[in-house]
Design a protein around this ligand. Sequence first.
Ligand code: AMP
Ligand code: FE
Ligand code: FE
Ligand code: ZN
Length: 289
Amino acid sequence: MTKIDLHVHTTASDGTCTPQEIVMQALQSDIIAIAITDHDTISGLAEAEEMAKGHDIEIIRGCELSTSNNNSEIHVLALWVPREGEHLKSLEDALDIFQDRRHKRNLSMLNKLINLGIPIKPEDFSQQKGLSLGRPHFAKKLVSLGVVNSEQEAFRQYLSVGKKAYVPKDTLSTEDAVKILSSIGATVVLAHPALIHCTPRELIELIEKIIPLGLDALEVYHSAHTDAEVREFVDITHRYKLLESGGSDFHCLDGHGGMQLGKGKGNLRIPPSILDALKKNRMDKGLPL
Ligand code: AMP
Ligand code: FE
Ligand code: FE
Ligand code: ZN
């Protein structure tokens, strides 16, 4: 059975596989198309595209922006981000702002950990162009220093919202992010709606607010979505004439409960036809693929 996966992380953000390794694995898993969607960076795209050359796999250029709406974190996926020109420049400028804010936040978290007596070194979190360092990297460091036994424990004790070393992210509003992504001709997808901390009513309000700004699709299929949630989100796409998207949100091989590309935790079924619909929508709008 051919598969697609429109939400995948690499070492350019908090994934553990390099873009090359992701492409290799996708090829071994009968996957015909993957979107590389690292948090707040597009620096893994070129390597994935290079690796895919001459192989039967399509790489969709993407990224996942962390945005905020009414104090909750909303992830917005951009698919088919521009390859060149003014639109690429606009995206890079926006991502530079994200990187800068991440860097400042990392320094604040670092200071909190140092003040807690943890021997963590500032140079481990120095800014590196195009690399999205964040809480998962702090979690790994706390494990390697022996401060905690697992990354989960690092989040529980230090890094989750409200914990000892947590610092909120100063991000773009969801509205501004959708506007920017739409203006540069990306396909704009609201990521994993079931993971948003809000009521069903608030989710609908958010969707209604960002549709006029350029929202194209809902990430209906996702590793963390139950069958009931998938049905609910399909209904919403019908009601609001949105497209469907879907991806595993793959981060690593052995963590995240044995996640697999294109299959999630085993029961994820992403219909390849949704990719055709997303592409048709772009062609109808005269946008490049
Ligand atoms: P950041 O963007 O730096 O705030 O980090 C967010 C990322 O941390 C998410 O995309 C997840 O990959 C990871 N994360 C958040 N909460 C947890 C948790 N409780 N356990 C493991 N990873 C988590
Ligand atoms: Fe992540
Ligand atoms: Fe996400
Ligand atoms: Zn993701």
